[in-house]
Design a protein around this ligand. Structure first.
Ligand SMILES: [Cu+2]
Length: 597
């Protein structure tokens, strides 16, 4: 115990161990993720992890690719108490499943006719069982930074924040990014938030076996009980060279708190925002001085650092810009305060050039929806109601408590949306509760102020996870989304995941013909793409039609793109079909381009 204390003090005085990076899987093969108890270096905590550690491997996939994942659940049946036994909303701690947070993919499963589940959070993998998932990304999926974690209702928080987490990178198509951006060296940075006080409390309620005394043990050892790890390490050191740009792929794998990160020390670092939640912003590179991360959110940031004399060091700390009064309990709405990452800067040979302004060509499901006139029947009020732990649509929506919720099939959805359309939600409650939507991301079209957090969040930006602590409780944010291609459940919940486990979740049922896309997209942005991204050749640039009509029709057009969604039962069962579809869509694209010329 004494040596641990000395070690902790030394770690505080000196720079920590060199940052390491998770292993990366090839997207072309099946990835096996084995859930088991693991021992992590911080006080030898025994928690749940994938493949022997925290975080799990980074999964890489290309647009149009398939994530084939086999989840092997080696957690112990003896730790799998049901909710009647625990008498709490926290239970089934050893039952798991697999959610791809941020991916624009089908939420369907085997009960819908798929051979293997896609991003289906209704799956339950019992202790000792193995389940394969097959998650097909559309050809036109936006490249970006996402993540995976279990989404087993009543056990999501203890599993995800306990250590079952990993990054997903959807790779940029070749020739997609300007070379100044594509040439950047990437740094995978998984900031995982572990408030062991919260986790000990949940573990006790769930009778989870693991983590039931974790915070007490840390206190006895004189160690911090609320920590943020980077790639599984506490306050490690990342070595960087001056004179070059790095692309930080930041993930805040967390179930509560915010990170507000700034750099200080002898090194001077410049941050430029490129993307949030796996979607490039329209005004990249955007000047930022702080990196704001909500629980579950991601950001891609270009970073370059210099020193007056070499080598030098810097520190990335998170500090509260404004500390909220405790709303629902300790830590739940607060910003994490502490050192996150140390930097060691050596002198490089190059010079970091000014980054050119760039607006990336977009897939049609992400065109700017701000000017669209949305049908009155396709608007409504979405409320994240912390008090009743519920998500409501136009004032209606039950809490998914253990008492209310018996099965996904028996649950009445909030409402029904039509696939291939545009919807508008006026959202309240995002001051205290991070809004997360599955399947379809959303664009912010209205906020009380045009930007928050020093331009980190602006009207027009896309997110799948959003929390704005600076809002008042009755302030609303208006967001729009396309219900692109995928029918089935669009799950919506609070990403303070203990709130989700307590019932703050619901879903919208998306109906219609699988694959239907919104025909109004090209009227807004004639360059948007519906198949694999193809780099624009000089010959095709005159086709950027100045006469394109901005008058967007939100009407669904079932015939618009019959082959757009590859995740239905037939195409998923046979990869060959997907390729055939892609080839035919490519032909259609060429034909369309020729017609425009
Ligand atoms: Cu919440």
């Amino acid at each position: 115990m004494g040596s641990l204390l000395i070690g902790a003090v030394l770690a505080g005085l000196t720079h920590g161990a060199e940052l390491t990076y998770p292993s990366e899987s090839s997207s072309s093969s099946m990835v096996t993720l084995t859930l088991d108890s693991v021992t992590i270096p911080y006080n030898n905590i025994v928690t749940r992890g994938y493949n022997g550690g925290v975080p799990g491997p980074t999964l890489r996939v290309s647009p149009g690719g398939t994530l084939s994942v086999s989840i092997v659940n080696n957690l112990l049946e003896s730790n799998n108490k049901d909710c009647d036994t625990t008498g709490e909303h926290f239970c089934y701690a050893a039952t798991s499943n697999f959610h791809t947070h941020g991916l624009h993919v089908s939420s369907k499963g085997t009960s819908d006719g798929l051979t293997y589940p896609s991003d289906d959070v209704t799956v339950e993998i019992a202790p000792g069982a193995t389940q394969q998932f097959s998650i097909v990304l559309p050809d036109y999926h936006m490249p970006g930074t996402h993540w995976y974690h279990p989404h087993m209702h009543h056990a999501t928080a203890i599993q995800a924040a306990g250590g079952l987490l990993g990054m997903i990178v959807v790779d940029d198509p070749s020739d997609y990014l300007p070379s100044d951006y594509s040439s950047m060296e990437e740094k995978i940075l998984i900031f995982s938030g572990h408030n062991w006080e919260t986790l000990q409390s949940i573990a006790g309620k769930a009778q989870s076996g693991l983590l039931e005394t974790v915070a007490d043990d840390l206190s006895t050892a004189g160690l911090e009980t609320n920590v943020v790890f980077v790639n599984g390490q506490f306050q490690p050191t990342m070595s960087l060279e001056s004179g070059k740009w790095y692309r930080f792929r930041n993930l805040f794998a967390a179930i509560e708190q915010n990170l507000i990160m700034t750099e200080s020390g002898d090194a001077t670092c410049t941050f430029k925002l490129l993307a949030k939640d796996g979607i490039y912003i329209d005004d990249m590179p955007r000047d930022i001085t702080q990196i704001y991360m909500f629980p579950g959110g991601r950001s891609d940031v270009a970073v370059t650092c210099t020193c007056t004399t070499y080598p030098c060091t810097g520190t990335i700390d998170s500090a509260a810009a404004r500390r909220l009064p405790p709303a629902d309990g300790p830590g739940e709405t607060d910003t994490y305060v502490g050192t996150v990452l140390n930097l060691a800067i050596s002198q490089g040979s190059g010079t970091a050039a000014n980054l050119p302004s760039a607006t990336m060509t977009k897939p049609c499901y992400l065109v700017d929806l701000q000017s669209v006139s949305v049908d009155s029947g396709k608007t409504g009020a979405l409320t994240l109601d912390g008090g009743s732990r519920s998500v409501k649509w136009n004032g209606v929506g039950e809490s998914m408590t253990h008492a209310n919720f018996h099965s996904w099939d028996a649950w009445t959805p909030l409402t029904t949306f039509e696939v291939g359309s545009v919807y508008e939600m006026t959202v309240t409650g995002v001051n205290g509760h991070p809004l997360h939507t599955h399947v379809n991301p959303f664009q912010i079209t209205q906020m009380p102020a045009s930007s928050y957090y020093e331009d980190f969040v602006k009207v027009g930006d896309w997110h799948d996870t959003l929390q704005l602590s600076d809002l008042g409780g009755s302030d609303s944010v208006t967001v729009r989304q396309q219900t692109d291609a995928f029918t089935g459940k669009e799950v919506i919940h609070c990403h303070i995941l203990e709130h989700e486990d307590e019932g703050m979740m619901n879903f919208i049922s998306i109906s219609g013909t699988e694959g239907t896309t919104w025909s109004g997209a090209e009227g807004i942005d004639s360059t948007c793409y519906r198949t694999s991204y193809v780099s624009a050749s000089p010959a095709s640039s005159p086709a950027a039609s100045p006469a394109a009509s901005p008058a967007a029709s939100p009407a669904a057009s079932p015939a618009a793109s019959p082959a757009a969604a590859p995740a239905d039962a037939t195409s998923q069962a046979d990869t060959g079909n997907v390729q055939t579809v892609s080839a035919s869509m490519m032909a259609l694209l060429l034909l369309t381009t020729l017609c425009r010329l």
